[in-house]
Design a binder for this molecule. Sequence first.
Ligand SMILES: Cc1cc2nc3c(=O)[nH]c(=O)nc-3n(C[C@H](O)[C@H](O)[C@H](O)COP(=O)(O)O)c2cc1C
Length: 222
Amino acid sequence: MTGNPIDRRTMLRSAALLAATALAAACTPDPQPPATTTPGPQETPVPTTSSAVLLVFFSRAGENYWNGGRRDLEVGNTAVLATKIADRLGCDVYEIQAADPYPESYDETVARNVREQDDDARPEIAEPLPDVGGYDTVILASPIWNVRPPMIMSTFAEALDLTGKTILPVTTHAMSGLGRAPDVYAELAPTATIGEGLTIRGEEAADADTELDRWLSTKNLT
Ligand SMILES: Cc1cc2nc3c(=O)[nH]c(=O)nc-3n(C[C@H](O)[C@H](O)[C@H](O)COP(=O)(O)O)c2cc1C
């Protein structure tokens, strides 16, 4: 990827705060006029074709799986992919951060995740949740942990009213693809539409430009 990943992450964190405080920017539609307003003779209605997108992601830096071994990641794979998506869409970004951060150690994270899955837990999110009211499309990006998104993604999807929105699942993984992500989100947000997702091997997140561009264009997001 281009640019310093740490700077990128900082940028995304800032964007997360902006989204959390509902300071919607580039992807948010302009305020709508009152319903009764009709265009005057001089006014030409401007057709709107773009959809307002919120990118939500969770990612864990630290020791991780890497081509059958382990590698210390300064920036998590999903964060790398999320940066590419944000760069292309210029959309609002909300990074999910755990109130109780996950361990640096891969094995300890696996063990904690097993406990959380067994308990059907909803790990607490550190920052206030974003106001999703103005968005048509919510991209939910995360790693795959034990064949599904981490339970903290369920915390997010369950806490918000995603009625009428299109959820696009995005995952990075070692071998499980999207795993159960589409089913999990369909279960937690039954009044949303689940669109076709994108999945990238974690080790290939930095080189995923072609696949990402193809997916974004099939979703009419670019
Ligand atoms: C706790 C844990 C469980 C994982 N389980 C799976 C799995 O079931 N299937 C899979 O393909 N990859 C699995 N992985 C690998 C991650 O999905 C992959 O490395 C991902 O790119 C990590 O993204 P991140 O760096 O954004 O957290 C697991 C990784 C961790 C830490």
